[in-house]
Design a protein around this ligand. Sequence first.
Ligand code: ATP
Length: 356
Amino acid sequence: MLQIEIDHLNKHYVGFHALKDINIAIKQGSFVALVGPSGCGKSTLLRTLAGLEKISSGDVRIAGTSVVGKPPRERDVAMVFQSYALYPHMDVERNMNYSMRLKRRPKDEISERTRAAADTLGLGGLLDRLPKALSGGQRQRVAMGRAIVRNPKVFLFDEPLSNLDAALRVHMRGEIRKLHERLQATSVYVTHDQVEAMTMADHVVVMRSGVVEQQGSPLDLYDHPGNKFVAGFIGSPAMNFLPATAEADGKIVFNKDSTQSIQSNFHIEAGRKLWVGMRPEHLSLQAGSNDVEIDAVVTGIESTGSMTFVVLDVADQPVIMAHSGRPGNGKGEKVRLHISADNLHLFDYETELAIT
Ligand code: ATP
């Protein structure tokens, strides 16, 4: 069953078209990430779902009913903000049950639901603390607790982890995902961090300049990016792109060094201008099956301990290779890179659309 349907949604600010013909169908129980660079419109889209932002045209349906024109409180959604938006003068308990008190729910129900949410989030011992006496992670939990007590159909998260340090962020990702599963809710999660989107969501929507560039499962986006933007945005380190030209029978020549050519599996007309895309983790110094070979020179090496990133010059362009071993090459060394022909991505040079 579809929980949220976004149909031909447009949002205009004065002199600015912020959301352009957005179409997204979200299944009940799914975890959807809206991801894209700063200013692409993901927060605006989330706010239109919450009812905090009026739409200019199109429709938004929640559980089959149009919510266009309905105020936030009539939408059965709860939003968790990046800033947490806690009331500084209220303790944790009163912050969490504020909405129920506002609705004058019975006292027993208020304390029962607050207690249950606090237990779920491990906040039981902190109910009488003020927000200023909590750590960032604890505040984040209180913000989630405030959403949970309302028992909404839909949770909306606006970059809820961006104020936390890296380790806590990774921990909280797992916690939010577990919570989502336990509550069997539908969650829409805004982030500019593609790793967060890929690890948490079962449906990822990649946006740029107010447009949905592509949506699908995380692995579908990784394996089959529909254009150069999505290919470069999903995956870390980012995909390498080299300008090239097709010759006959799938042969491809790099523009910046036409002495180098590679043999691909693609059938493309000779003379077509291309981008050749290669993920850093698909490049290797070891020969494999269905191999494409590329000459390169090592120009730099970075190691994190667990991963090594080798910066190379290929046809006068920088290329990164990532592997889990220790650094084994020196600067200036000539090497031969290998990549399976199945892992080559090609994009039209002008339209930047994937060639399949
Ligand atoms: P970020 O990750 O930086 O928060 P975002 O993808 O969430 O970015 P939005 O906040 O949704 O981006 O903003 C989308 C675009 O709409 C931006 O270019 C922004 O400048 C513009 N915008 C937002 N609010 C208004 C407004 N009230 N009037 C005019 N333009 C606006």
